[in-house]
Design a protein around this ligand. Structure first.
Ligand code: 0WE
Length: 255
């Protein structure tokens, strides 16, 4: 594998730190010759992501994906920096911590809406603002999880948001296909990122998956990243509206 993304420009949303799946994807895109822009959210992440961006010669911009005005500014900044986009990776999710521990039945209206806004609605907003930069077609990829289609203890409101995200992938793929823009999701097995920190029994979950998954191990960030490369590259040209499992085979188990 070499230079599968030569000559392409990619935008990656959702790098928080070195453990982020978005960072593994950024490194793989860089390895394959892509020109990169990264976005981060909020002052707390600015210095970390600027430093990471420096390592890959990436343009680093701030963007809160719940604000259309920020997405419009991002689109304008990218146009100013030289125009086109060939690939977008959306690797963003959030639910209130208490909604990932108490019973799903106790999810508040506001907690439900926050999870939907940040984790699902943002994909549509990103597509609306940034697909206009994909004049030569392109690829939009998001990250999802098995909890969208099966009950995973405590995933709760995030499972509902990921279900909406996956349905959004299909509707966007259908509408954007005619302009050569493909839309897909990668359903990654659990990975110990900052998002997983503090989730009750997460280490036990990882052990349980590694024991039972057909490949008898957990998912590595680099495997998710290489699948994102495939989807963004010409190799993925026939794939749209799909949810690709990169999970050591765990999803196929019934018992
Ligand atoms: O999508 C995710 C993580 C989503 C997530 C995690 C947090 C923790 C900190 C969204 N919002 C927050 N908000 C916080 O305040 N995953 C696929 C990882 C994950 O999270 C889980 C999992 C798995 C797997 C939560 C409960 C059960 C399983």
């Amino acid at each position: 594998m070499a230079n599968l993304l030569e000559g392409k420009t990619a935008l990656i949303l959702g790098v928080a730190n070195r453990w982020s799946l978005a960072w593994a994807i950024a490194q793989a895109f860089h390895r394959e010759g892509a020109r990169l822009a990264l976005t981060y959210q909020g002052d707390r992440q600015r210095e970390v992501v600027r430093e990471l961006g420096r390592e890959l010669g990436a343009l680093v911009l701030s963007c809160d994906v719940t604000q259309d005005s920020e997405l419009e500014r991002l689109a304008a900044d990218l146009r100013a920096a030289g125009g086109g986009l060939d690939a977008i990776v959306h690797s963003i999710a959030f639910a209130q911590r208490e909604d990932l521990s108490r019973p799903f039945l106790e999810t508040s209206r506001s907690g439900y809406l926050v999870a939907q806004e940040v984790s699902a609605s943002s994909l549509v907003a990103v597509a609306r603002a940034l697909v206009p930069l994909m004049s030569g077609g392109g690829s939009l990829t998001t990250l999802t999880y098995l909890g969208s289609i099966r009950v995973v203890p405590n995933y709760n409101v995030m499972g509902v948001a990921k279900a909406a995200l996956e349905a959004s992938v299909r509707y966007l793929a259908n509408e954007l296909g005619p302009q050569g823009v493909r839309v897909n999701a990668i359903s990654a097995g659990p990975v110990k990122t900052a998002s997983a920190r503090g989730i009750k029994d997460f280490s036990k979950m990882l052990e349980g998956v590694a024991e039972r998954a057909p490949l008898r191990r957990n998912t590595e960030p680099g495997e998710v990243a290489d699948t994102a490369v495939f989807l963004a590259s010409e190799l993925g040209r026939g794939v749209t509206g799909n949810i690709l499992f990169v999970d050591a085979g765990f999803q196929l188990l019934g018992m």
